[in-house]
Write a protein that binds this ligand. Structure first.
Ligand code: BTN
Length: 263
């Protein structure tokens, strides 16, 4: 059993799906256990953060969704995405010799290009979902989706300057199974630490991997120097000497003027 009590569960392997997130939610609705994993070769309607699409040619990427029935205070559930980002960075290092950095909240970058993304979605399932309100016997389920670019040798022109893959970084496409195994091992470990020790260990490791802290950033109209990760995963930004908390958003610009903290 992994730290925190997660038992490695079933892995559902599929060829083509609309989105592994949708399949995982459907399985959760039918009672799939915590830590059920869905992996697909191809997605027809892959979802990214903030309503964006996530697409990749068949067989080039690790496309995975994990069913999580969180054992966490509600306020800490969003930090599962930062724990997963840390897990994915550790897995890429172990399984593919790729050193990724983290762009807040949970993008993985290599040489400032995106190599992986994480999507966390939570819904009520069971009787609550049917009744539209909290009911005994209902549950919140969280699905964590991870997309890692493994074998792409090129990207469409719109992404050529902003995306990369393991193959482009190292010259060879790693085995998807090897990366999946490493990812799930790291996920179990970091999720376990989050559930037993709280956010602090994830916060510390995230800081070490960070590509955001120390930089000048703009997020949804707030511009300043990103100074730290708060105890709930929010980004702290120094705006002209006063600290602003940003809980969600996309870093729309960052420059190299700041000094990223040493790892
Ligand atoms: C992002 O950076 O915008 C998040 C991307 C998440 C993509 C993964 S691929 C597997 C899973 N299924 C989806 O539809 N999305 C996530």
């Amino acid at each position: 059993m992994a730290p925190g009590g997660s038992t490695p569960g079933v892995i559902v392997r599929l060829d083509t799906v609309d989105s592994t997130q949708s399949v995982a939610f459907a399985l959760a609705e039918r009672g799939a256990a915590d830590r059920t994993v869905v992996v697909a070769d191809r997605q027809l309607a892959g979802r990214g953060r903030r309503g964006r699409a996530w697409s990749a040619p068949a067989g080039t990427s690790l496309l995975v969704s994990i069913v999580v029935r969180p054992r966490l205070p509600l306020a800490l559930v969003p930090t599962l995405s930062l724990a997963t980002a840390v897990a994915a960075a550790e897995a890429l290092r172990r399984a593919a010799s790729v050193e990724a950095r983290l762009k807040w909240p949970n993008d993985l970058l290599v040489s400032s290009r995106k190599i992986a993304g994480i999507l966390l979605e939570s819904r009520m399932v069971g009787r609550a979902a049917a009744a539209g309100s909290a009911q005994p016997g209902s549950d919140t389920v969280t699905i964590i989706g991870v997309g890692i670019n493994l074998g792409q040798r090129e990207f469409p022109p719109d992404f050529a300057d902003s995306a990369t893959s393991v193959a482009l970084e190292t010259g060879q496409a790693p085995s998807r199974e090897v990366v999946l195994t490493a990812l799930l091992e790291e996920f179990d470990a970091w999720r376990g630490r989050l559930e037993t020790e709280g956010f602090k260990p994830i916060q510390e490791r995230w800081r070490r991997f960070s590509d955001t802290l120390g930089r000048r950033v703009t997020i949804d109209g707030v511009t300043g120097i990103a100074t730290d990760l708060d105890t709930d995963g929010a980004l702290l930004i120094d705006v002209g000497g006063s600290v602003t908390r940003v809980v969600a958003g996309t870093v729309s610009s960052s420059d190299g003027a700041g000094t990223p903290l040493p790892r």
